[in-house]
Design a protein around this ligand. Structure first.
Ligand SMILES: [Zn+2]
Length: 270
């Protein structure tokens, strides 16, 4: 099943703002931010909508449960709280973030916030990927900032987001495929500035990060990827220890890790 071309751009934008949201801190919102909000409460999730059609809210609840299972399978238990405001401006207020242009969802420390216009433009698979991506940020504490390199937090969120999607690697990484087939391989893993909103190669940078995590899971196992991230903590609560040390966890120097990842890109995308 293919994904509409526009989805990647929206997804990339989503990820970028999630990073910006970190700096903005936690949004001071209550559990039910609107009078008369519709609340769908599952055994392990809460979905809250403001003037959202019942069918659309029920659809989001099903996605919340699927995303919860994906995150639990890779990382550990999480209880999604997902807010679906009526307008993009409402989403910005809830997230404590400045601009939601081109985004489909955002994450704060403890909840996922849908951005209505961007979310509406996503395919069904795209919606599942985005919700699971943002929920991964919540579960890992990524929105509290800086504990692991950006390539690892964004790549890991996409790793969980795309798990079980059935999408081919070349479909997900279409922009990077074009570059690699034209003979251009990235020199090194992307840094924080490469993920800034509006950065030139945003889709490719997310694909590079995703493929770095996929490479680690494929070669060393998924548990090694989770260990590299530093978590989850015992009992699944609290903040995990600092992660991102490839030498300690994978037994590879940073240079050897980068070389292995570049070989992997060549093999998978070339
Ligand atoms: Zn992200």
């Amino acid at each position: 099943m293919s994904v509409p071309r526009s989805r990647r751009a929206v997804l990339a934008g989503t990820l970028a703002l999630a990073g910006a949201t970190l700096a903005a801190g936690d949004a001071p919102v209550g559990r039910e931010p609107w009078p008369g909000a519709k609340v769908l409460r599952g055994e392990r999730y809460v979905v809250i909508g403001h003037r959202i059609h019942s069918g659309l809210l029920a659809d989001l609840a099903a996605r919340a449960e699927r995303a919860r299972r994906k995150v639990a399978a890779v990382w550990g238990p999480v209880r999604p709280v997902i807010l679906f405001p009526e307008t993009d401006a409402g989403a910005e207020i809830l997230a404590g973030a400045g601009a939601s242009d081109g985004l489909a969802a955002m994450a704060t420390a403890d909840r996922v916030i849908v951005v209505p216009s961007g979310y509406a433009r996503l395919s069904r698979i795209g919606r599942d990927v985005v919700i699971a991506h943002e929920l991964t940020h919540v579960a890992t504490g990524a929105t509290r900032g800086g504990r692991v390199p950006t390539w690892l937090s964004e790549g890991f969120a996409d790793y969980v987001g795309y798990s079980g999607s059935g999408l081919d690697v070349r479909t997900v990484a279409a922009e990077l495929v074009r570059e690699v087939r034209a003979g251009t391989l990235p020199d090194g893993l992307p840094g924080p500035a490469d993920f800034a909103p509006g950065a030139a190669r945003l889709p490719q940078v997310y694909e590079e990060a995703w493929l770095a995590c996929r490479y680690i899971a494929g070669r060393f196992g998924e548990r090694a990827l989770v260990r590299l991230y530093g978590g989850p903590p015992p009992g699944g609560a609290g903040t995990p220890s600092r992660g991102g040390d490839v030498e300690a966890v994978l037994g590879l120097s940073p240079a050897a890790f980068t070389a292995g990842w570049r070989d992997y890109l060549r093999r998978e995308l070339g």
